[in-house]
Design a protein around this ligand. Structure first.
Ligand code: F6R
Length: 242
């Protein structure tokens, strides 16, 4: 795993955006795996700037998001559909039909999850997957003890993650209990992974992911086995590295 430590989240986000932009320029029909949450926001902002000021063209790009809350409609303000359109898709020229976010309202979740996996394969596989990391080491919403071979499926959030994500909902008890998430195995099949983490709150999870033993108790640690993984962090998130 390549580890890039930057003085702050801003500079780390610029590096991540440049990775995405380079791929999109080299391969206009690239397939991107995308994350939500506070961590990639500055990266999205920079990509929007590159689109508006430099003509970075997303018209042939296909996207697959990692996860969505079960039970939320796409227009619920805290849904990951809404997050992605508000913060990224509405500001670039990606085509709606090339955007994929798990359907939290699917009436048959296992069948939906199978189709999501099939759609990724049909698109040619994910070229670049952007990840954040939970304070417990989760990637996507693969919480500790998730199978390291798992595929897209329904998962239950831990109390810690519901607490961490409370802000968008007003309080932790409003956060749904279940999510649909790409599996760890789905993430491991992507050609390049960029994992981003900012702030001391993520330091322990990053230390486990980068230097700890590979364990399902820190799902991000499996990225040590990924052939092309880039970990871009700020100094806060690096404080527990040896
Ligand atoms: C979001 C996702 C999660 C987040 C993680 C960190 O799509 O898959 O793994 O990346 O929970 O969230 P933030 O960035 O809000 O700290």
């Amino acid at each position: 795993m390549e580890i890039i430590i930057q003085p702050n989240a801003d500079e780390a986000s610029m590096i991540a955006a440049r990775h995405v932009a380079r791929l999109v320029r080299d391969k206009p029909n690239a397939v991107l795996g995308l994350a939500t949450g506070s961590t990639p926001l500055m990266m999205y902002r920079e990509l929007v700037r590159m689109h508006k000021e430099q003509g970075l063209d997303f018209s042939e790009v296909t996207t697959f998001n990692l996860d969505e809350y079960v039970g939320l409609s796409p227009d619920h303000p805290a849904s990951y559909h809404a997050f992605m359109w508000d913060n990224f898709f509405s500001h670039i020229n990606v085509k709606r039909e090339r955007v994929h976010v798990p359907d939290g309202q699917s009436s048959h979740v296992p069948a939906f999850c199978r189709k999501y996996e099939e759609a990724i394969v049909a698109a040619g596989g994910i070229d670049l997957q952007v990840l954040g990391i939970g304070s417990d080491g989760h990637i996507g919403f693969n919480e500790p003890s998730s199978s390291l071979a798992s595929r897209t499926r329904i998962k239950t959030l831990t109390a810690q993650t519901r607490e961490d994500n409370a802000k968008a909902f007003g309080s932790a008890d409003q956060v749904p209990f279940h999510v649909i998430t790409m599996g760890v195995g789905t993430i491991m099949d992507t050609r390049h992974v960029i994992i981003l983490a900012f702030g001391e709150k993520k330091a322990e999870a990053i230390a486990g992911a980068v230097e700890g033993p590979i364990t399902a108790m820190n799902p991000a640690s499996i990225l040590q086995m990924h052939p092309v993984a880039t970990c871009i962090i700020d100094e806060g998130a690096a404080t527990k590295l040896k």
